[in-house]
Design a protein around this ligand. Structure first.
Ligand code: CA
Length: 683
């Protein structure tokens, strides 16, 4: 109780990314770095990020830099589902547990690839329209004979690990609101921890803990304040409310924790990354400014109670969709000659952060990708040094990175032997503009972004690279450039290896110390999930989910295969299914005449950007799984209105836009898409 009563006083020092060192416990002695990263069962992959430290480092070295050229497919397992496969599998006691799209769970024999069971939570396909970034799922948690999955519609289920039967199931959100779950739960302290997403639509983020045996709610910690005329849920939320202005709660406020978490069992602290503001535009959300705690922050919670112990805010007054939900890694590093228990994160805003995880103290931050919204982070205060015009208060402007971030959910990894962090880095920018006529609407994106007329700066061509980053020196060590931006997660191993899947349909092994490419294979789809490693009967395996989804795919090539779990070992000799070369080109679509004025096409382009691009791809260029509308069969254009307004494809996850788009507007979008088709058509 003492700690709780002390919290507000501590928090008074915590505004704006300042730190709460006086509120947290002192450093713990005798921290075992090897065990932190290798865990108690190094031959398994029992936790989302390998161990609770989430470094995605495997201490196995049977497969290593000298012999990885012999790596081959042991077996593959077909999920039979299209759309995004973003999961990191779990391997416990000889079974792999993973997920496909629509939160479907698969249990597969880790030796043979034989299906043990699967479970489909039967998500209402209409719900798919609330998934900002496709109907994906990033994996399960497994503990004490149960498999836990967060479901797109906001449910959390516990399944019997042997049979797949439901042990308990709870609804973790108000399903009348636009919440979704795509992240993996974590099991800590006998509780299943789950967050949620939906900050593009207008929700209030929180994290919940459920009893592992009964599914009973143990605690719920809100990330942003609600309506201040109601009682505050905690002193921490009361303190946060002082950093907000206006009527933010009417738009949800955001702060959804939809992905990154880690846990330090010695310190007994659960670390959670929090999301962007809802709407993005702070002028609308909190017009008088303020830091808007605890958006875009790392929060450290006591897992028994959910109480906030410390926080560090990466982007005070967030206004660019700069989430800090990105994966979190715990490690012990020597910094300035001192051993430090650190937490590392490369959030969307482009800075790589090293914090003292005992108390949240800021240690260092440097830009890991080119950025223009800030010039650095103040070493004294831990606050970014902003470039004022990047807030688009007066004038639209290209800000770098854009909402896709310098790094997104794709897991990074840390190798204690090379001392390097391997980041799937992204270079991009986006034009931001204040929306004058903002009106909150349920069921759609509410970002507060207006039309960017004559923005300052220039659009850059997006690109991606694998970045090897030295977190102590805060410097790049090596990189591998890719043509495309949206690449997979990384795994690093004691065999001096880094594994990385790419959006251009490759799965590659590099030397961890130098970045030299040692091996690659071309699966019949993009590979963006998190790879893992495990050992069974003395044989080391590498496993990864393939199945291109990711709505922001930039590639225009042919469609990938359905999802697959691919498992490799030395001298594996199973052929890859339907191996498709990564340079496959799609036949040009047949021309379809379009009769529309330039004005109609321009209106269609603007409407497409607002309503369609987040799934079907920016500039009418699709990402590979959700259809690229330029290549649609001719009858799709005949049925355009029924599909868009009447929901004739709702069961395939196509939203129904009757409430938001008139027939004329749908027709303008159709004209724009047909014009885009004409640009690539061949007679
Ligand atoms: Ca977001």
């Amino acid at each position: 109780m003492d700690r709780l009563q002390n919290l507000p006083a501590c928090l008074a020092f915590g505004f704006g990314g300042l730190l709460l060192s006086s509120c947290a416990g002192g450093p713990v002695e005798g921290s075992d770095a090897a065990n932190l990263l290798a865990g108690d069962s190094p031959t398994q992959w029992p936790v989302h990020g390998g161990t609770h430290a989430e470094a995605r480092f495997s201490p196995l070295d049977e497969i290593n830099a000298d012999n990885v050229h012999r790596l081959g497919l042991a077996w593959s397992f077909d999920t039979g589902m299209d759309r995004g496969h973003e999961a990191t599998p779990i391997m416990v006691d000889g079974t792999l547990y993973t997920t496909g799209s629509w939160s479907v769970v698969f249990a597969v024999d880790a030796r043979t690839g034989e299906r043990r069971w699967s479970w489909d939570p039967q998500v209402d396909r209409e719900r798919g329209r609330l998934a900002c970034c496709d109907v994906v799922n990033r994996g399960v948690a497994v503990s004490e004979g149960k498999v836990f999955v967060g479901i797109l519609d906001g449910r959390l289920a516990a399944l019997d690990a042997e049979s797949g039967e439901v042990v308990w199931e709870v609804v973790t959100v108000d399903q009348s609101k636009d919440y979704t779950i795509t992240g993996a739960p974590r099991v800590v302290d006998g509780k299943v921890i789950i967050g949620n997403g939906g900050a593009e639509y207008g929700v209030r983020g929180y994290v919940s803990a459920y009893d592992i045996d009964t599914g009973e709610l143990v605690w719920r910690t809100y990330i942003v304040p609600g309506d201040p005329s109601e009682p505050f849920e905690s002193p921490a939320i009361e303190a946060a409310a002082a950093t907000w202005t206006g009527n933010w709660w009417e738009y949800g406020g955001g702060g959804t924790a939809w992905d990154g978490m880690a846990y330090d069992p010695e310190l007994d602290l659960l670390y959670i990354g929090t999301g962007n503001g809802s709407p993005w535009n702070q002028q609308i959300r909190s017009p008088e400014g303020g830091d808007n705690l605890y958006l875009s922050s790392i929060i450290a919670l006591r897992p028994s109670t959910g109480e906030l112990v410390w926080h560090y805010q990466t982007t005070p007054g967030e206004t660019w969709d700069y989430t800090a939900t990105q994966p979190i890694i715990l490690a012990d590093l020597e910094i300035d000659g001192e051993p430090r228990q650190v937490l590392m994160q490369a959030p969307k805003n482009g800075f790589f952060y090293v914090l003292d995880r005992t108390n949240g103290e800021f240690i260092s931050a440097e830009a890991y990708v080119p950025i223009n919204w800030a010039t650095g982070v103040d070493l004294e205060t831990g606050r970014p040094i902003e470039v004022p015009e990047s807030r688009y208060l007066e004038h639209p402007i290209y800000v770098q990175p854009g909402p896709l971030g310098g790094h997104n959910w794709h897991p990074m990894s840390f190798n204690p032997e090379t001392g390097l962090v391997y980041i799937p880095a992204q270079v991009n920018n986006s034009a931001y503009a204040h929306q004058e006529d903002f009106e909150y609407q349920t069921g759609v994106w509410n970002t507060g972004q207006g039309e960017a007329e004559n923005p300052r700066g220039e659009r850059i061509e997006p690109s991606g690279h694998l970045l090897a980053w030295d977190p102590v020196a805060q410097e790049e060590r090596w990189r591998v450039e890719y043509d495309d931006m949206w690449n997979g997660g990384t795994l690093t191993t004691a065999g001096n290896l880094v594994f990385h899947g790419t959006s251009d349909w490759r799965f590659v092994a590099y030397r961890a110390d130098t970045g030299e490419k040692l091996w690659e294979i071309a699966p019949p789809s993009g590979v963006i999930g998190g790879p893992i490693s495990y050992e069974l009967d003395g044989t080391q395996y590498i496993a990864v989910m393939a199945g291109w989804g990711g709505v922001y795919g930039l590639r225009t090539g042919g469609r990938g295969s359905t999802g697959q779990l691919l498992v490799f070992r030395l001298d594996g000799s199973t052929p890859l299914d339907a191996a498709a070369p990564s340079n496959v080109t799609r036949p040009a679509p047949s021309p379809i005449p379009v009769a529309a004025t330039d004005e109609t096409v321009a209106e269609g382009e603007a409407l497409y950007a607002r309503w369609c691009a987040s799934c079907h791809g920016a500039d009418a260029v699709g990402g590979g799984v959700i259809p690229d509308l330029r290549y649609a069969e001719p009858d799709v254009y005949d049925q355009f209105e029924q599909i868009a307004r009447d929901g004739t494809r709702a069961q395939r996850g196509m939203p129904t836009f009757a409430a938001w788009l008139s027939s004329e507007e749908v027709n303008s979008i159709r004209a724009y898409v047909l014009t885009s088709r004409a640009e690539i058509s061949e007679p």
